[in-house]
Ligand binder design. Structure first.
Ligand code: ARG
Ligand code: ZN
Length: 416
């Protein structure tokens, strides 16, 4: 039986502004301290009353989105309980408007000459990302192939690009991005990594050339497109629950290892809805099928998310650790160190549930359960100044420092 009230499924859909998009004018994002005893309970209550929506948090604070109508109300509650907070974003819509400025004329001209439209100066639509992948496969057929491993709920391709020189002694690494629709920096970074290896493969290091690389930059293309054309803050996929009003499953709660455990919701309107069953969603199912049918043995699985600057290893379903956690911690620290040296960003390393919170059904836990040794969820920049709405000018610096981190991982994979 359903554990939720059916009437609660009849949530009003967001009202769309003149642009046909959800309007975030006057919405604010606050960093609320959770240091004080009882603060978490107050925040949970505000959250279940739908006065605030969580954007994520650390050990000592949580970032929350607040609609203009309830700002006064929330202020009163936090002040009366003596819970400190600071305003990170005064007007979310303004930040959204400035996040992804159009390319200048020179760049547009270049784009038309290059054979693909991808740049790392802008966040691109799925069409540009997939066009870029197809272009690489056509241009470098001896090392690159693109394989559609399934279709999204709305029928978009789930494209995996493989880079390999075909040596039988190679190791293999799988990298994905865009599980969560609004985390735009993730597909941008994954495509940057693809471009780096594809365009420079012959002069790449042996560590890179001795690996068969598999990249799925947009796991959730329907959600990603929806964040571009309708609601910038959408997280889930776009499959509707029954004939109700609520859409979307959190794909990172839908994987089949301890599915339905802690930190996942059975309520279809929730941002962390787990889906009707493990792998009930075509996007997660396609990944599961891919791993079930491939003969390739993977040594690492990386999944890029944002934000918070964390390198997380399993387990996420509960506060318990895999037998090789010490190695995952020390390799994580080496990766973090190389990121810091390359670009200056500080990444915190730890297990998902130890460092953040328990959340069952994540892709990382499932990959680890398959026996893939180096399994990490990488929460990219930043730590909350911009949150999900990270300006496009950050794409290159974030990608570059993470390329340095990936080189350390490649070395460990070769040694494994
Ligand atoms: N921010 C990510 C999420 O909530 C963290 C996932 C970590 N992995 C896990 N299995 N809980 O989906
Ligand atoms: Zn995410």
């Amino acid at each position: 039986a359903a554990e939720f009230d059916k009437a609660a499924l009849e949530e009003p859909q967001p009202t769309l502004g003149k642009s046909g998009k959800v309007d975030y004018t006057g919405c604010q994002v606050w960093k609320v301290s959770t240091a004080k005893a009882g603060a978490k309970a107050v925040i949970n209550k505000l959250s279940s009353d739908k006065l605030i929506a969580s954007w994520g948090g650390s050990e000592s604070s949580i970032d929350v989105l607040i609609k203009p109508k309830v700002i006064e109300n929330v202020t009163t509650v936090l002040k009366s309980k003596d819970i400190p907070y600071s305003i990170m974003i005064e007007d979310l819509q303004q930040r959204i408007n400035e996040e992804n400025p159009p390319l200048d004329e020179n760049e547009i001209e270049l784009q038309d000459r290059r054979g693909h439209r991808m740049t790392w100066k802008q966040y691109h639509r799925v069409e540009d990302i997939h066009g870029f992948m197809d272009y690489l496969a056509e241009t470098y057929p001896s090392i690159i192939s693109v394989n559609t491993i399934g279709k999204s709920h709305e029928g978009r391709d789930l494209k995996v690009l493989r880079i390999s020189d075909g040596k039988s002694t190679n190791k293999a690494v799988f990298i994905d991005g865009g599980i969560h629709a609004r985390e735009w920096i993730s597909p941008a970074v994954v495509t940057y990594l693809i471009n780096q290896f594809a365009e420079n493969f012959d002069v790449e290091t042996d560590d890179i050339k001795n690996i068969d690389w598999y990249f799925l930059p947009v796991v959730n293309p329907d959600g990603y497109e929806y964040t571009h054309n309708t609601d910038r803050m959408w997280r889930k996929n776009r499959k509707r629950y029954g004939i109700g009003f609520c859409y979307g499953t959190d794909l990172n709660r839908n994987f089949g290892y301890h599915w339905g455990g802690k930190g996942a919701s059975s309520y279809p309107c929730s941002e962390i809805y787990r889906g009707e069953a493990a792998f009930s969603e075509p996007e997660s199912k396609a990944i599961s099928n891919f791993f079930a049918t491939t003969a390739t043995k993977f040594t690492a699985y990386l999944t890029y998310h944002s934000y918070g600057q964390y390198l997380l290893y399993p387990w996420g379903y509960d506060n318990t650790l895999p037998p090789d956690y010490k190695e995952l911690q020390s390799v994580g620290e080496e990766i973090a160190e190389s990121i810091r040296k390359a670009g200056g960003s500080e990444y915190t390393v730890g297990s998902s549930s130890g460092l953040l919170y328990s959340a069952a059904g994540g892709s990382d836990d499932w990959a680890k359960s398959l026996g893939i040794k180096y399994t990490y969820t990488i929460e990219l920049s930043d730590t909350g100044r911009h949150g999900f709405v990270l300006p496009a000018s950050y794409i290159k610096p974030v990608a570059k420092e993470n390329l340095a981190g990936l080189r350390v991982l490649a070395q460990k994979v070769n040694e494994a």
